[in-house]
Design a protein around this ligand. Structure first.
Ligand SMILES: [Zn+2]
Ligand SMILES: [Zn+2]
Length: 218
């Protein structure tokens, strides 16, 4: 078994093994699919940020002139262009490497969907760590621009924070993390940093019972 070389933000010192034939760990493959699924909406939402910021103080003033600030935000435009260019470039690269004959159009939804559908295959290619890092970077950049308020995140301490799921019949070695988004309309989640299983608030009671049962059994 080899070790996943992608940088893991949560509990970074714990090595993550890769399954036979895979270059990245299962958590990174799932994370890649989730990031890809988020890209089309992020790409669309960034457009509206230009107008929303027009009254804010973040526009770029044309230097040396008395002209009005540009009605676009340069950092938003760059993030949006990068999101599109990088997603399409990676999809084209993987599409070529896979000798796929499936049609691939040059749009973010199409490129992201193709990569997501083929994520398991991508996870077995030597360039998988670079793909994961690139997609993660464009996603988190867009997320930060759309809502720069930091969300709160912490690991559930002690034995109660161990994931309750099984991976291939062995207990998942991951830890459970709580994320409380800054946006009050979004709900908090509990999520494993390894198998990426996530528990929405409706399932916390059940999760609590599983944790309790394990405590009693220990
Ligand atoms: Zn990994
Ligand atoms: Zn887990």
């Amino acid at each position: 078994m080899t070790t996943c070389t992608v940088e893991h933000y949560r509990d970074p010192d714990r090595p993550r093994g890769t399954a036979d034939g895979y270059v990245i760990c299962g958590g990174c493959t799932t994370g890649l699919q989730r990031d890809l699924a988020a890209l089309p909406k992020l790409h669309a939402d960034l457009v509206h940020l230009h107008g929303a910021r027009r009254t804010g103080g973040e526009q770029t003033k044309i230097s040396g002139s008395t002209a009005m600030p540009l009605p676009i935000a340069i950092d938003v435009a760059e993030a949006r262009t990068d999101l599109r260019t990088i997603t399409i470039a990676w999809a084209a690269h993987a599409h070529r490497a896979a000798s796929s004959t499936a049609p691939l159009s040059g749009t973010v939804p199409s490129a992201a969907r193709w990569l997501a559908v083929n994520a398991e295959w991508c996870a077995r290619q030597e360039w998988a760590p670079q793909l994961v890092a690139a997609i993660r970077q464009i996603r988190s950049r867009a997320v930060r621009l759309l809502d720069p308020r930091p969300c709160q995140q912490f690991a559930i301490p002690g034995a109660d924070g161990q994931c309750v799921r099984d991976n291939d019949a062995a207990p998942c070695p991951g830890r459970l993390w709580v994320t409380i988004p800054a946006n009050e309309e979004e709900s908090s989640t509990i999520e494993c940093d390894t198998c990426w299983h996530s528990y929405p608030p409706v399932s916390w009671l059940r999760l609590g019972k599983l944790v309790h049962a394990r405590r009693v059994a220990a």
